[in-house]
Every structure is written in structure tokens, then in C-alpha cells.
Write a protein that binds this ligand. Structure first.
Ligand SMILES: Nc1ncnc2c1ncn2[C@@H]1O[C@H](COP(=O)(O)OP(=O)(O)OP(=O)(O)O)[C@@H](O)[C@H]1O
Length: 822
């Protein structure tokens, strides 16, 4: 060995033991150390080697390196790749430990210590290990590591282990594998001092097995799930285990609770192993908290606890009707669903998904379903969820690990058969490295798979088949496709003013009066005020804002009552018309009082009407996640410039489809302009000059800050352009929706009910609709149908005829464009 001896500058490390294969960035203090590192790193080349020797933590002797201070006579040689010299006597180094050495002698050479060392790892491998035996143990280690790598988050370090299997020296590879386990100080020291590679491999195998044994029973199912789940959030690994120390009574109590939880056999097996581990490690070990919280969760999960289902269709119908106005189709479907459950007594069945704008009662209906079934209800908001781990949880080996939302819901409800509303399934995102949450949801909803749902934290299959999942969403388009395929979508479109009035009078007002500590004898909100609130303070398809405004009214009344009449009002006022102090009950919230509380009206219909009635402007109907609305299209033409490369300019935050439909409408108008027949008597001003052929056109879609998209504005844009060039306003009180084809046909569009309700609320009298949408009229409330005219069209000729009150017709619209005069 004499020839192998080296002289190595050394640093005493007190904080940790760094085995070969370990890289880290640490602070080193002490004048001698800093001086040494400066000299070694600056005088020599970068990537210089220093020796780490591990010393006891003796206060006041930070810099002192003497043999009596050493924890071990084995140290590790570290390659320093980076050093930052910070405050005096402090340096931050980034290093990777490479191999062991034995300290032959410590030499206090001025100005920093060096050691005479003899390298170990290579020497032992070459001189003392039997190649075949070594290969055998190494194979075992490698296959175990492959299993473990399936279970934990991938990182550059883990990739290095995987890639290094056949390339790295066995000794170094073994040390790297040890980093897969959170090691205690004693275990690290033991591995440092185990010089034989085979012996060390065996120790690492044992450590890996004991650390990951809890995962073993679910390895199979884990792997199948892992297929599309390679990206987990990077969380810090737990790295410390402390000294063993028991707390028998506490653990006994936990053990009792685990027994009471009636875990299935596979879960019981894991729980008892973890319980044993808990008993062996001390209360002050960092692993103690992790294992303890894990076992607490296992004890709290409703493995065997269900609420008894009691469906009574008659009662369910009464409950649904008493809490919700209208919604006939939805209620009918819900009752059918409950009837099948009652007869079949089986948990399989469709997954209902309520799709509609905010505040139309999706959550409230889901809650009523739970009540009708006698089950507990829980709502999971999926808006903004973009990690699989939100659904499936984090592995418990990470600091701050938590179970996913499904398991948390079960823990909260305490039963394994609650009704869970997956709210806003359309608002889930996909994180860049964290997997698609929709894929995890698919597994949750799939009856084939959800009997063995494995949350990463729980790491034991849990049966979700008894849970009744209901989904809700604001729009169809954004529900992930694979998920959409599994759902039975039920649309809730929104309410007309009359419907909102009924809901306000019969449901919302009684609710907010009660919620604000009042009773119906204390406050009166007349119908007229309700109408005013609906038209001037809310603009929504549902009734959520309406509820908030009514609540604001009630709050102001509650304040007056509390301030002036005190609790005596609550006792004497109901139905009495009594005066108490300066208040007369019930307090009447007339229009003036409403304006006092809610401030000046927020919405004014005149703004819309003032902009209509001029050539080049048409009103179209649109639908968005917040319901239907009337949007204007404004066109302006000016003479074509010679150098203009495009004759059409569009503004108003348009999506691609809408841009294309505007281009198409512009082309259609130019192709057919010479075929328009204008009854001049009805258009006194005559057509505009210049014509579309020598004009540039600007089309603007007001409310420029709001994104717009879709093809349903096609006929509105074409009508606005025809109106511009024929210099003739569109018929008053008329709005429309429909997709235009290049040949002048009008195709059906979506959101008809919401669009018609919006037109009705804005006071329009006539709506032009595609003929194919006639079927959607069954959903329109009778009072709306009676108050409005609907014109069903097939071609642009029909559209123009209605839009200009018969003043414009189009001859031979199906003629091929090339045969026209263009
Ligand atoms: N048809 C109805 N009859 C009585 N109350 C209703 C009706 N529709 C909605 N409401 C009431 O309106 C309020 C809002 O309803 P809910 O929270 O169920 O809306 P939502 O559709 O789930 O909205 P979001 O999409 O924002 O979650 C609730 O107080 C609900 O009771």
C-alpha cells in the first residue's frame, strides 16, 4: 500500500457524512479551511480534489483537526466544481464525493491541514472481490433499484443511477443507490466504514427493502398507473432519521383506532408494518411524524363505513321541486336516475355532468341528489387544478406530502359512499411537468379501475366504486375530450326575467331574509324592485348576482333594525305593520330604496339601442360561459388605397374561427353584391359609393376587451356589410344568429336558449335563427315565445329579406361565383 499513499488537503466536516456518489452545496467556515480552499482552487485548476474527514461536533473547535476529534478514520475524496467566497471565513462549495480513503496520518502543515491517505474503493474491488459473486449481488441490487425507481420521482440524480447500472464501478454505484434511502447518521457511518463492496451492497439492499416494503403490495397496480405519470412535482426528500424512542400509550391508541377502522387485509398488512416501524424509531425522528400522519390517515379513512342509502322517489320529487324552480328536463333526468338506482340497488351507472353558466343551480341540484339519497355531499373545486398529484396525492417520502383531493374528500365525509361533485371540470389545466389531472380523473370515474384506486400518499388500493360522482362545468368545449366521453351531459341554459322573478320571490328572498337574521314581517321587496334589480343591476344567465344584490338589501335592513328597533322588532313586527322607534314594518324596499343601497344602475339598455338603427350596424347573438348576450357588429368603408394589401381589417379581440367567418362574410358580400335587388322606394338614400369592389372595410366588434370566437356571427356580419353598402339600416328590434357558408346557406348553431333569453331581456322583438335550430325551441319558456317573433332561415336570401323588411332580395344566389359579374 505504501506506494498508493497520497497527500491530500483536508476539511473537517461536522454537519453530515458524505458518501461517494453524493453531490451537494455546503458552507465551510474557518480561516484555515477557507485559506486552503482558496489556495487549492485558485492556485491549481478548477475541479480540484480535497479530502473530507468527518469530525465530532465540539463547540469552539470548529477549525481544529486532530485525530481524537475524528469520527472515523475513513474519509471521502471530493471533487470541488465550484466555490464562492462570501463573508470572511466562509466559502460555499459545490462538490461531488468520489471515493473513500483511509487517513494514515493527519499533518498540521501551515497554513492548513493535510492528510496522508491511502485510497480504498478501487483497491478493494480489484484485489479482494470475487468477480462472479460481486456480479450476483449487483444483479439483485440493480433489479431492486429498478423497482424502486418506478415508485419515486425522477430526477437527474435518479437518472444517473439508472444509466450508471452497467457503467459505474460497483462500489460507486452501490453508494449512489444508498442515496435512495433516507439514512440516519449511524447508517451513513456504517456504510462509510463498510469497505467491502459486496458487503456494502447487501446492506444497501436491506435498507432499500425495509424502506420501500410498504410500496411492495401495490407495486403491480402502481406500475400500470405510472405509465403516463412520469412527471411529479419536485419536492424535497426527507433525509434524516433520529434515535429510537417509544411512546407506547400513544401508539397503542393509534393501533386501536386502526383496528376500529376495519382495514381490508392488504391495508392492514401495510399498517401493521408501519406501526412496527413507528415503534422502532424514536418520537424525535423526522420519520416519526411522517409515519404517524400516514397511519392517522389510514385510521381515519372510511374503509368500511357507509351511510345507508334510502331513495324515495316521491320524496325526492318534492324535495327537488320545493328547492328549485323550473329546470323540468333536468329534474326529470335526475328522478329517472334515482329510480334506476332504487330498483337496481347497484352503484354503477352514468356519471351525470351538469353544464351551464354560473348560478343556474348545478351545485344546488347535486346537493339535492345527495339529500334525496340520504348520502353525504362533498364538493371538489377543480378550477385551476393542473397537477395529477392534486387528484392522486404526493408520495409520502416527500416533505409536505398530502393525499389527493379524492382521499381528502372521503376523510372529510367519513363515509365511503358520499356524493362528490367534481366542480368546474372544464377549468382544469395541464402542468408542464406534473401530468394531466384529467387522466387521473378518468381513472377515478372508470368503474373498471376505481375499485382499486391508488392514491400516491396512501399507496394502498381504495375502493371508490360506492362513491357517486357528479360533474359540473360551465362549457362543453373545454371539458377534456376523454372525460367528456364518459359523462352524460345535461344542459342548464339559464333563466328568463320571469323565471328569475319567480326564483327571487319564492326561493332567494326567503333564503337571504333568513340568512341575514330577519323574517318576512320585517322587509318587503316588491316585484317592481325585483325587476329593476334584474334588469339594471345584474346581467347574467343564472341568479347568483341577483342573490348577492338581494342579500345586500337585506343586510341594510338588518342594520337598520339592529340599530333602531333592536331585538324587540323580531318579536313584534311580523305581519303587524307596527311602528317601532322611527321604523315602520315591514320596511319597504322600493326602487328608490334599492338605488340607495345598491348605488346607481350598473347596466343601461339604452346604450345598446342608441347605437343601432344606422347603416353598417347589426345586432347578433352570442353565448359564452357566462350565458347569452347581444353583441353589435359595426362596419365602416373607405376608398381602397393603391398600396393596400388587404381590403378587410378586423378588431375586437377575435378568435381564429370568428376572423375566418368575417373574411367569409366579406367575400360573400362582394361575390353577390351585383345580385342585390334594392327596392329604392324603401331606401331613400340609395347605395353607398364606393362599392365593395373599390373599398377597404373595417369591421369592429365592440366590447373590444372581451374575447370572442365561433362561427355563429356569420350572418350578422354579412347583414351589417350589406346594410353598409346599401346604405340602409337593419330592421329595428331585430337580432340574429347563424353560421354562413360561402354559398350563402345558413347552418345551425349552439346556445339557442341562452341567446334567445338574452335577446328577450334586452327587449328585441324578432330573432332570425337557422331553420335547423327549430328543434331547440321546445326549451324556450312560453312567455318568451309569446312575446317574440322567430324567423327560421335556410339561406342568406331569407336573412336579407327579414333583416331589411323585404327591401332587399338576392336573385339566383346559387349561381357559381365565376359566372357572376365579378
Ligand atoms: N332554479 C332555481 N330555483 C331556486 N334557486 C336556484 C335555482 N337556480 C339557482 N338557484 C340558486 O342560485 C344560487 C346559485 O346556485 P348554484 O351555486 O347551484 O349555481 P351553479 O350553477 O352551481 O354555479 P357555478 O357554476 O358558479 O358553480 C343558489 O343559492 C341556488 O339555490
Amino acid at each position: 500500500m505504501a506506494n498508493d499513499k497520497l497527500k491530500l488537503p483536508v476539511v473537517g466536516i461536522r454537519s453530515d457524512i458524505y458518501l461517494p456518489g453524493r453531490s451537494a452545496t455546503i458552507n465551510i467556515s474557518g480561516d484555515g479551511n477557507v485559506h486552503m480552499l482558496k489556495k487549492v482552487l485558485l492556485d491549481k485548476k478548477p475541479n480540484s480534489k480535497v479530502g473530507f474527514v468527518f469530525i465530532k461536533n465540539v463547540e469552539g473547535k470548529e477549525d481544529v483537526l486532530e485525530p481524537s476529534n475524528l469520527i472515523s478514520d475513513i474519509g471521502t475524496e471530493a471533487l470541488v466544481s465550484r466555490a464562492t467566497f462570501g463573508p470572511p471565513s466562509m466559502v460555499t462549495i459545490t462538490f461531488m464525493c468520489q471515493s473513500r480513503f483511509r487517513i494514515e496520518k493527519l499533518v498540521m502543515e501551515e497554513p492548513y491541514p493535510v492528510a496522508i491517505v491511502s485510497p480504498i474503493d478501487k483497491k478493494i474491488e480489484n484485489d479482494y472481490e470475487d468477480v462472479n459473486e460481486l456480479a450476483e449481488v449487483q444483479n439483485e441490487l440493480e433489479s431492486l433499484v429498478l423497482d424502486v425507481l418506478h415508485l419515486i420521482t425522477h430526477s437527474a440524480h435518479l437518472l444517473a443511477i439508472k444509466n450508471g447500472m452497467k457503467r459505474l464501478a460497483p462500489s460507486f454505484f452501490t453508494d449512489m443507490c444508498a442515496s435512495l434511502v433516507p439514512l440516519s447518521h449511524a447508517e451513513k457511518l456504517d456504510l462509510l466504514e463498510t469497505l467491502g463492496t459486496r458487503a456494502r451492497m447487501r446492506k444497501v439492499i436491506a435498507l432499500l427493502k425495509s424502506n420501500y416494503e410498504g410500496h411492495a403490495c401495490v407495486q403491480h397496480s402502481q406500475r400500470s398507473i405510472q405509465g403516463n405519470n412520469n412527471h411529479q412535482p419536485k419536492l424535497m426528500r426527507i433525509t434524516n432519521r433520529g434515535n429510537p424512542m417509544d411512546d407506547d400509550s400513544d401508539i397503542g391508541d393509534l393501533s386501536n383506532r386502526l383496528k376500529k377502522a376495519k382495514l381490508p387485509p392488504h391495508a392492514e398488512e401495510v399498517a401493521s408494518k408501519e406501526l412496527k416501524r413507528l415503534m422502532n424509531i424514536g418520537r424525535y425522528s423526522s420519520d416519526y411524524g411522517v409515519i404517524r400522519s400516514y397511519l392517522e390517515l389510514l385510521a381515519e379513512l372510511p374503509w368500511d363505513n357507509s351511510t345507508e342509502e334510502s331513495i324515495n322517489i316521491k320524496k325526492a320529487r318534492i324535495a327537488l321541486d320545493s328547492k328549485h324552480y323550473g329546470l323540468k328536463t333536468l329534474k326529470k333526468r335526475v328522478l329517472e336516475f334515482l329510480a334506476v338506482r332504487q330498483l337496481k340497488n347497484d352503484s354503477s351507472g352514468p356519471i351525470l355532468c351538469f353544464v351551464g353558466p354560473p348560478g343556474v343551480g348545478k351545485t344546488s341540484i347535486a346537493r339535492s341528489i345527495a339529500q334525496a339519497m340520504g348520502r353525504k355531499f362533498h364538493q371538489i373545486a377543480l378550477g385551476g387544478v393542473c397537477n395529477q398529484s392534486d387528484i392522486r396525492g404526493h408520495r409520502k417520502t416527500y416533505v409536505g406530502a398530502m393525499p389527493g383531493r379524492i382521499i381528502q374528500a372521503l376523510k372529510t365525509t367519513g363515509v365511503n359512499n358520499p356524493v362528490i361533485l367534481l366542480d368546474e371540470v372544464d377549468k382544469m389545466g395541464i402542468g408542464t411537468h406534473s401530468g394531466d389531472p384529467a387522466a387521473a380523473l378518468l381513472e377515478v370515474l372508470d368503474p373498471e379501475q376505481n375499485t382499486n384506486f391508488v392514491d400516491h400518499y396512501v399507496n394502498i388500493p381504495f375502493d371508490l366504486s360506492k362513491v357517486l360522482f357528479i360533474a359540473s362545468s360551465n362549457s362543453h368545449q373545454k371539458i377534456p375530450f376523454a372525460l367528456y366521453d364518459r359523462l352524460e351531459v345535461i344542459n342548464i341554459s339559464g333563466y328568463s326575467t320571469e323565471e328569475k322573478l319567480s326564483i327571487a320571490e319564492n326561493h332567494l328572498l326567503p333564503k337571504v331574509i333568513y340568512d341575514n337574521g330577519l323574517n318576512e314581517g320585517l322587509v318587503n321587496v316588491p316585484r317592481d324592485s325585483l325587476k329593476m334589480i334584474i334588469s339594471s343591476y345584474t346581467q347574467e344567465a343564472g341568479v347568483r348576482s341577483l342573490e348577492k344584490k338581494l342579500s345586500a338589501l337585506c343586510r341594510s335592513v338588518a342594520f337598520k333594525v339592529a340599530e333602531q328597533a333592536g331585538s324587540s322588532a323580531l318579536e313584534t313586527a311580523p305581519g303587524s305593520g307596527i311602528c317601532l322607534n322611527s321604523l315602520t314594518f315591514p320596511i319597504n324596499m322600493d326602487r328608490e330604496a334599492v338605488e340607495k343601497v345598491l348605488g346607481p344602475p350598473l347596466f343601461n339598455d339604452n346604450v345598446l339601442w342608441d347605437r343601432l338603427g344606422v347603416p353598417g350596424v347589426a345586432a347578433g347573438l352570442v353565448v359564452s360561459v357566462s350565458g347569452g348576450s347581444v353583441n353589435l357588429v359595426e362596419c365602416f368603408a373607405f376608398p381602397k388605397r393603391k398600396d393596400a394589401d388587404c381590403s378587410l381589417q378586423l378588431t375586437g379581440k377575435l378568435g381564429q374561427v370568428m376572423k375566418e367567418s368575417a373574411e367569409l362574410a366579406w367575400k360573400w358580400v362582394r361575390m353577390n353584391y351585383n345580385k342585390f335587388t334594392l327596392y329604392e322606394a324603401m331606401s331613400p338614400a340609395g347605395p353607398l359609393l364606393p362599392t365593395p369592389f373599390d373599398s377597404e372595410v373595417h369591421i369592429h366588434f365592440p366590447a373590444g376587451g372581451i374575447a370572442k370566437d365561433g362561427p355563429s356571427g356569420g350572418i350578422t356580419i354579412a347583414v351589417a356589410l350589406v346594410s353598409l353598402f346599401l346604405n340602409m339600416p337593419v330592421a329595428s328590434n331585430l337580432t340574429m344568429t347563424g353560421e354562413l357558408t360561402l354559398k350563402g346557406f345558413v347552418l345551425p348553431v349552439g346556445g339557442i336558449k341562452q341567446k334567445i333569453l338574452a335577446a328577450y331581456e334586452q327587449g328585441f322583438k324578432t330573432v332570425i335563427l337557422p331553420k335547423f335550430n327549430k328543434k331547440d325551441m321546445t326549451a324556450i319558456p312560453t312567455e318568451v315565445k309569446e312575446a317574440m317573433d322567430f324567423v327560421f332561415v335556410e339561406t342568406m336570401d331569407d336573412v336579407l329579406h327579414s333583416a331589411f323588411n323585404g327591401a332587399v332580395t338576392l336573385t339566383n344566389i346559387y349561381e357559381h361565383p365565376l359566372t357572376s359579374k365579378l
